[in-house]
Design a binder for this molecule. Sequence first.
Ligand SMILES: Nc1nc(=O)c2c([nH]1)NC[C@@H]1CN(c3ccc(C(=O)N[C@@H](CCC(=O)O)C(=O)O)cc3)C=[N+]21
Length: 285
Amino acid sequence: MVAEVIYGDQLAASLREEMKEEVTKLKASGISPKLVVVLIGDDPASKSYVSGKQKAADFIGIDSELISLPSTTEEKSLLELIERLNNDQSVHGILVQLPLPKQINEQAIIEAIDPSKDVDGFHPISIGRMLTQQETFLPCTPYGIVTMLQSKNIDIAGKHAVIVGRSNIVGKPVGQLLLNEHATVSYCHSRTKDLSAITKQADILIVAVGREKMIDASFIKPGAVVIDVGVNRTNEGTLTGDVDFESAKAVSSYITPVPKGVGPMTITMLMKNTIQAAKAHNKKK
Ligand SMILES: Nc1nc(=O)c2c([nH]1)NC[C@@H]1CN(c3ccc(C(=O)N[C@@H](CCC(=O)O)C(=O)O)cc3)C=[N+]21
């Protein structure tokens, strides 16, 4: 079997077209969605993701403001900035680019963001709402992954989804979202014994570890769906995933590439959440 490639960039482009139309209508009714992105320091990878977000926002017609602060910024001043943005009625979404420099407690920052503006879906209230299936902002990467599966009409209910990786921003929540879609979910991580014995049981295999080519055909059941969330920068400066694409493609039924896979969908779902935030904000008034 040779897999069909799920191109996240193509799906992202069509969703962005739809969102552009929606934002045009919202603006005509007096709602102008606005996202503020806070970037601390000058890590080149973070800068590149942030510019991707700005580009998507510009295309859709979402106002996006970038606040860049030096890497020496203290936690207190960042908390003050968040407080100001929480109170600014023109701002619908707030995203603080992670990771943060070591003098700043990441969890304290995430918890300072008003849950009604938490378009990353990282606040404990957002996570709790997701867990209990209440309306909330879904974390962008997991949301993008589920949207990619649905775009290909891939059944999730009753399927065995195996997640490799247990980060708070990808591994854990993507398992939860798939559980909400009635998958049977297993989590694997660095302490897992006999990893390939478990990944080989996966109907849907999600890999979010951050280790280049750690998964090849020998970890995959023939016909499985393989979603690669890895974002690894090679020595040559190119971007590569956690999955050995050519090897895995030869045995799977669907596979996502890196780049042009999950990454562009993450950004797209951030835009979707920002529009959702703007609509909810206006209902409240
Ligand atoms: N608060 C916060 N929210 C995030 O959502 C967040 C974050 N911090 N910190 C970093 C990670 C990483 N991330 C990516 C988004 C898009 C691509 C993406 O679009 N990648 C392109 C290629 C881009 C390139 O070549 O640099 C692709 O895969 O085709 C990748 C990675 C969001 N993150």
